[in-house]
Ligand binder design. Structure first.
Ligand code: SF4
Length: 410
């Protein structure tokens, strides 16, 4: 690619590293996993602490993760402790954090380290990615650089944004060709003596200064190296020797010719992404079955979802996916038949009380729960041949491994 999209001048790269690290030392946020990684002398324990935080932070905001992270590390302070936990316990602690397979995979990987690797964590990004389920290229790079000091770069959403702006990369940043370029760039840029801090600094810059909508360019420690800012201020990037190779429509890293630089957007011209696919719409009938418990308090029936697929192993009110365009009367009938199988009692469709609808957006599904309720009297025998099920009080329900969507339903 043309030189404007690369880092090729060693002096500039060294200056950028210095500025970024100095800023990080002064301005970084206090986060529990950073405190742990900084004070823990044992590298494998450090790696575990970083690993847990990185998995939790995938797709989830820092502010939400902190509480979950602290509870997790209190309950399972080491990999050994996590390997001995049950999946039910993991799901319970993870409840509300979303993307539930992350917790499950983390625990599977911990077990694998204990059983197949004699309790020793792999120590390079390549081995971490190869040997641990659920550890992708980014997480492997983060663990290896922060915990073991390997001079390897990382590329996540924040790094993509910062690098695309620093080097005016406007081609689709989710395309494999651009991602590969960014990895090359991150690996070339990473500071050899402080790789973990450098990677965290680059991500921190993206999270706090070079933010998506209104970046704080005036406060940015690397602004003098930023091509997007130059372009905004002076109308063009820094002249570089082969700049004429670029911007003629066939550059693989420039914005597409059909959507050129938009001066009203400034630096937020970068990065660019191809349009996202719309989430698929789905409807599910769900019924809150209620009975009086032994002390007169209401109890609710929850059933466990299959161990694979969406919300694997989590608990929910008995639910049934609905075919598109099913009339309300028909909905009640299919739901009543379904409930009859759970409770072993005849359930009359007309007895189901319609409560309302709950919408929950999963990453790829726009899910509407059509919520009914039904009170049951007397003894109810649950069919043990069906999936696991149990009666819970409201308090027990909230402490169970249930999704945020089901809490909304209740
Ligand atoms: Fe991001 Fe602005 Fe800094 Fe460039 S100068 S890296 S656009 S915050």
């Amino acid at each position: 690619p043309p030189a404007r999209h690369l880092f090729s001048d060693p002096a500039e790269m060294a200056a950028l590293r210095r500025s970024l690290l100095a800023w990080y030392d002064e301005c970084k946020r206090d986060l529990p996993w950073r405190a742990l990684a900084a004070t823990e002398p044992d590298a494998d324990r450090r790696a575990y602490a970083v690993w847990v935080s990185e998995i939790m932070l995938q797709q989830t905001q820092v502010a939400t993760v902190i509480n979950y992270y602290n509870r997790w590390m209190q309950k399972w302070p080491t990999l050994q402790a996590l390997a001995q936990a049950s999946l039910e316990e993991v799901n319970e602690l993870w409840a509300g954090l979303g993307y539930y397979s992350r917790g499950k995979r983390l625990q599977e990987a911990a077990r694998k380290v204990m059983s197949d690797l004699a309790g020793r964590m792999p120590r390079t990004a390549e081995d971490l990615q190869k040997l641990l389920p659920g550890v992708g290229r980014y997480t492997a790079g983060a663990i290896a650089s922060i915990s073991y000091g390997q001079a390897t770069g990382v590329v996540d959403g924040n790094v993509i944004r910062v690098l695309c702006r620093l080097r005016c990369i406007g081609a689709d940043s989710s395309s494999p060709a651009v991602i590969e370029r960014l990895w090359d760039m991150a690996n070339a840029l990473v500071d050899r003596s402080r790789p973990g801090d450098f990677n965290q600094a680059l991500m921190e810059l993206g999270a706090t200064v070079c933010v998506p909508k209104a970046p704080l360019c005036g406060e940015c420690p690397v602004k003098q190296h930023c091509q997007a800012r130059r372009r905004k201020l002076f109308g063009k990037p820094t002249p570089v020797p082969d700049v004429e190779d670029c911007g003629v429509g066939d550059c693989p890293l420039c914005p597409p010719a059909a959507e050129p630089w938009d001066s009203s957007l400034g630096v937020t011209n970068f990065p660019r992404k191809a349009a996202k696919k719309q989430p698929r719409a789905a409807r599910t009938a769900t019924c809150v079955l209620e009975r009086r418990g032994c002390h007169g308090a209401p109890e609710y029936l929850i059933v466990q979802r299959p161990s694979s697929g969406l919300l694997a192993g989590l608990w929910e009110f008995p639910s049934l996916p609905l075919a598109q365009g099913l009339q309300e009367e028909k909905q009640r009938e299919v739901l009543a038949d379904h409930l009859q199988a759970w409770t072993g009692q005849p359930v009359v469709a007309g007895g189901l009380r319609f409560i309302g609808e709950v919408v929950h957006i999963f990453s790829h599904i726009h899910q509407t729960y059509v919520v009914y309720s039904l009170s049951l009297d007397g003894d109810v025998t649950l069919d043990p041949a069906l999936s696991p099920s149990r009666w819970v009080t409201e308090e027990e329900f909230r402490a169970s491994a249930v999704s945020t969507a089901m809490k909304k339903v209740l």
